[in-house]
Design a protein around this ligand. Structure first.
Ligand code: NAP
Length: 486
């Protein structure tokens, strides 16, 4: 990779080379607005698709939808791409940005300099950059959650987190414990099962899992999708609206209950072992956590060398995991599929707005961001995929593209005014937060599940409480009156 020119001041700095950072950088590049740089802490691009290397890692949104709308076509080989293919796609996009990306550039702090109307960005190599506008595309699900089980430090075998998998990890023929039954677990479990001697899965909450119906595309379909922009667009639109229609169930609990009854019946037919069926039948309302997609999860649980343990974990010893009722499992390796620190993501300590206040301090009462992007004490600063802009039912790349287009219009508006600084008005921020709280109140996510969507007060602060189409509507133009300028 080439290194960027040694300039210290930029009009815009973008942090991160996942979908979010690359989407904005490519829009600017294509618009010949080239006074920007992208900082990436790793030595290659890809964000979450670079970091999540566990076996079986794939996307549960079809790739023709989970890709940038304006980017050149990519020859997706199957409906749901595997992580290495998505990483290769992102690397290909990043390549076109050339020296605009500076790798191994980890941001250690970014602070607003009010007197200069600039952001000062410090890097791990001691260098310091400044910029007028700062965009954080650092990913809300980037920091793994390592649960603090008593005695875990004494475990002598490999302790692997799905989000920090080392490339050459070989678990063949071993006795493996897998903690968690979320989106990562239902992918890594079926991928590990055929090669390990024993797989003990520790389930705290039974998830809702429905068929993914994954399949490879035939060479003919691939060729058509590669060569015909019309078919590509039509397929993407169809994928988008079918997901959007399913999203209606999140707004209509009666509809979700009908789907729930259907999935229960389906599960009763599919899983013949009554003891296993009882363990996996979800006790929580469908949709209150992410609905998981898998073609292999239920069948994996029926393998003779796979055990689903629902007794809570009590403690961990050098070579054993012990449950609350005293069952002892001898294990050679432990896999933690225990998710991410969303509500207490340490990245919130990096950014310091007016009067040195950190995002973490600013969010003490509640995590929020106007349209999922801006906070009042943080002028000229945008978060991508911030609070209230996650999605459970459709492609997050759609939300990202709404955001990057909105940021482009915001920057154009500020430039047209001849101003150097702008920030969201406190009233507009408060009104948005109140609206999000009100709309989330009766949502399925707040019906008794524990999940990363909810803050310690049990409020949704992660997901957009509506269809993604309504987010597009809200971000289609920049509401100039919601901002102060200087
Ligand atoms: P997650 O959904 O937060 O699931 C974590 C799992 O670990 C849950 O089953 C949880 O149990 C369990 N767990 C956590 N702490 C535990 C403890 N102390 N003791 C026992 N069990 C514990 O994490 P994830 O599966 O990594 O997924 C996180 C998010 O990443 C997803 O919601 C999704 O947005 C994204 N993701 C997407 C894909 C994709 O295909 N697009 C794939 C993977 C991940 P409880 O359920 O009881 O809390």
């Amino acid at each position: 990779m080439t290194s960027s020119p040694p300039s210290a001041h930029w009009s815009l700095i973008i942090i991160g080379t996942g979908f979010a950072g690359l989407s904005l950088a490519l829009q600017r590049m294509n618009g010949r607005q080239e006074d920007f740089i992208v900082l990436e802490q790793a030595q290659s691009p890809g964000g979450t698709w670079r970091d999540n290397r566990y076996p079986g890692c794939a996307c549960d949104v079809p790739s023709h939808l989970y890709s940038l709308s304006g980017a050149p076509p990519w020859d997706w080989q199957r409906k749901y791409a595997e992580a290495p293919d998505i990483e290769a796609y992102l690397a290909h996009l990043a390549h076109s940005l050339g020296s605009r990306i500076r790798y191994r550039a980890q941001v250690t702090s970014a602070s607003w300099q009010a007197h200069k109307q600039l952001w000062q960005v410090e890097l791990n190599d001691g260098s310091c950059l400044t910029c007028r506008f700062l965009v954080a595309g650092v990913g809300p699900l980037s920091e793994p959650a390592w649960p603090d089980f008593p005695g875990v430090e004494n475990f002598t075998g490999p302790l692997l987190h799905t989000a920090r998998w080392s490339k050459n990890q070989d678990l063949k023929g071993q006795r493996v414990g897998l903690i968690g039954t979320g989106a990562s677990a239902i992918q890594v479990g079926p991928a590990l099962a055929p090669e390990v001697a024993q797989l003990i899965i520790f389930q705290r909450t039974a998830p809702w899992v429905v068929d993914r119906k994954d399949h490879p595309y035939t060479p003919g379909i691939r060729r058509l999708l590669r060569t015909s922009p019309f078919l590509r667009r039509a397929y993407r639109t169809w994928l988008y609206f079918t997901r959007e229609l399913k999203g209606l169930a999140f707004l209509r609990p009666n509809l979700m209950r009908k789907i729930e009854a259907y999935v229960r019946r389906d599960l009763t037919h599919k899983v013949v072992n009554p003891r296993l069926r009882q363990k996996i039948m979800p006790k929580t309302p469908m949709g209150c956590k992410r609905i998981l997609l898998s073609d292999t999860w239920w069948s994996t649980l029926e393998f003779p060398h796979v055990t689903l343990e629902t007794d809570p974990i009590h403690h961990i010893e050098a070579t054993h995991l012990v449950t609350e009722t005293g069952t002892r499992y001898a294990l050679d390796a432990l896999v933690l599929a225990t998710g991410f620190r969303y509500q207490d993501n340490p990245m919130a300590r990096l950014f310091k707005g007016e009067e040195g206040i950190t995002l973490e301090e600013f969010w003490k009462e509640q995590r929020s961001a106007y349209l999922g992007m801006m906070m009042p004490s943080f002028p000229n600063f945008f978060l991508l995929t911030g609070p209230f802009s996650g999605l459970g039912h459709n492609s997050i790349v759609f939300m990202i593209e709404c955001q990057t287009r909105w940021i482009q219009s915001a920057l154009a508006h500020v430039a047209a005014l001849g101003k150097s600084e702008f920030k969201v008005r406190a009233q507009a921020y408060a009104a948005f937060t109140n609206e999000m709280n009100r709309r989330s109140k009766n949502s399925l996510w707040m019906q008794g599940c524990q999940s990363w969507y909810l803050d310690p007060e049990g409020r949704n602060t992660a997901l957009w409480p509506g269809l993604s189409l309504s987010y597009w509507w809200r971000t289609r133009r920049f509401n100039a009156q919601d901002f102060e300028y200087a």
